[in-house]
Design a binder for this molecule. Structure first.
Ligand code: ZN
Length: 236
């Protein structure tokens, strides 16, 4: 009976490890997901800056066309001024020239403001490019490390599956069926160690006469509380 229970314990250890490996293989750790998010956020910020830059550049091009038109008008009014024949006309042309000058100065200010903003954007873009490069290599290095670990896990899993098949044969069939039944309803843990008279799965105290029987390994005893097969651990 002792040998059967020892085999069952090894069998369960392998099952638990395989379940843990399955869990590890099923997801990407939060910190790596976060690194990818950080990297994508910087990319998005760079895109936003580029879009703003293009918008300002387009505005400058449009303003420059308007500015050229206004300057032409101003030149034309200057010419008109030479040809006026009376005082009324003279004042009317002067007023036109004044309006054109005001409009020119407004547009020139707009262009200067847009150029200043573009410079700020360019500084921001340089920072973004630097940060993006750092975030990308940080994420890629972590991902590469993660993939290496996952490939080790997958390798270990296939090794453990071979061991599982071999160990399954060393556990008496009726004991294994009993174990499988219990384990299926208890997270894959059908065997519990009894250490210092306490079931290590449900942490409920095991009665002394049961501990004494466990120590003799003469029959299968289950925990009165969690119903798992108890295994006397003499390492206490
Ligand atoms: Zn228990």
């Amino acid at each position: 009976m002792r040998a059967a229970l020892n085999a069952l314990r090894d069998y369960q250890d392998v099952l638990v490890r395989i379940a843990e490996l399955d869990r590890l293989l099923s997801f990407i750790p939060d910190e790596i997901v976060q690194m990818e998010t950080d990297w994508k956020n910087i990319q998005a910020r760079a895109e936003e800056l580029k879009a703003r830059q293009e918008k300002r550049e387009k505005e400058i091009r449009e303003s420059e066309i308007k500015l050229a038109e206004l300057k032409d008008k101003e030149t034309k009014f200057d010419g008109d001024l030479q040809e006026v024949t009376n005082n009324k006309e003279y004042h009317a042309v002067l007023k036109e020239i004044d309006t054109a000058k005001k409009n020119i100065s407004v547009i020139e200010e707009d262009i200067a403001a847009a150029r200043a903003e573009i410079q700020e954007i360019e500084t921001g873009l340089v920072e973004c490019t630097e940060q993006e490069g750092e975030a990308k290599s940080k994420y890629e290095a972590a991902m590469e490390q993660h993939k290496a670990t996952m490939s080790e896990n997958a390798q270990e899993k296939s090794e453990k599956e071979i061991i599982r098949e071999k160990l399954a044969e060393t556990v008496p069939p009726d004991l294994r069926r009993k174990f499988d039944r219990i384990a299926a309803r208890r997270n894959g843990v059908g065997l519990a160690l009894c250490v210092s008279a306490v079931c290590q799965s449900c942490h409920v105290r095991v009665r002394q006469n049961i501990v004494d029987r466990l120590r003799r390994y003469d029959r299968i005893i289950t925990c009165e509380s969690c119903k798992r097969i108890l295994f006397f651990a003499d390492t206490e």
